[in-house]
Write a protein that binds this ligand. Structure first.
Ligand code: ADP
Ligand code: ZN
Length: 215
């Protein structure tokens, strides 16, 4: 199974990717996770990417393509993959197309998660993350608060608002999404493998994707 998940920040790409990972035993490839781990480990890529990420700006396409070219050739991708947060720009989508041709990989579907803007804002500003980098559990002060305020249920560390999840960074991420990433929906519609789903409930979205794949 080879899928791309498209959607604004906060559309639920990560949650839906997790469900697909369990169902199909394929890896989730999140450029956001790969970059965050590079920042943490202070690799060359991490040092370059960190500044863009803090501001909620996109990391340059060439950096991302380098990461993905390597990642897609790792053995665990043989069975398939879910791409989460990549491609993010038209140039990335074009380069991905060439890369997949070169590697002889065929995409099954591009899923576009459609969520109203107010819902996105609400979800993002209420998100909190465990500060322990080995845990990174995610909470939501409205829909999924920790049992004890400010403390992670799993590891007891402090839970915090991610640096790119403050109001300013969020509006910048949404602006970037509308300008750079939203045009991908039209791009993949033309390519002919787009599937659009209203994304209010992750479980329902997951079921719709599975049903569509079975057709
Ligand atoms: P989001 O919740 O905004 O989808 P991600 O975890 O996917 O967050 O990404 C976090 C940050 O990493 C982005 O704001 C951006 O700076 C960078 N990033 C992730 N994927 C890409 C990509 N494909 N192209 C450029 N930048 C990326
Ligand atoms: Zn924790």
């Amino acid at each position: 199974m080879r899928l791309i998940l498209l959607g604004a920040p906060g559309a639920g790409k990560g949650t839906i990717a997790n469900l697909l990972v369990e169902e199909f035993s394929i890896p989730q490839i999140s450029t956001g996770d790969i970059l965050r781990s590079a920042v943490k480990q202070e690799t060359d890529i991490g040092r370059k990417a960190g500044e863009y990420m803090k501001r909620g700006d996109l990391v340059p396409d060439s950096t991302i393509m380098g990461i993905m070219e390597e990642r897609l050739q790792q053995p665990d991708c043989q069975k398939g993959f879910v791409l989460d947060g990549f491609p993010r720009t038209i140039p990335q989508a074009r380069e991905l197309k060439d890369l997949l041709l070169k590697l002889n990989i065929y995409l099954d579907m591009v899923v576009s998660l459609d969520v109203p803007r107010e819902e996105i804002m609400k979800r993002l500003t209420s998100r909190r993350t465990c500060s322990n980098s080995d845990c990174q559990a995610i909470y939501n002060v409205i829909s999924m608060p920790p049992k004890q305020e400010g403390i992670c249920d799993i590891c007891g560390s402090e839970i915090i608002q991610r640096e790119d999840e403050t109001e300013t960074a969020i509006s910048n991420r949404l602006k970037t999404y509308n300008e750079k990433t939203a045009p991908l929906i039209e791009y993949y519609r033309k390519e002919g493998n787009l599937f659009t789903v209203k994304a209010l409930q992750s479980r329902t979205v997951f079921e719709e994707i599975v049903r569509k794949l079975g057709n």
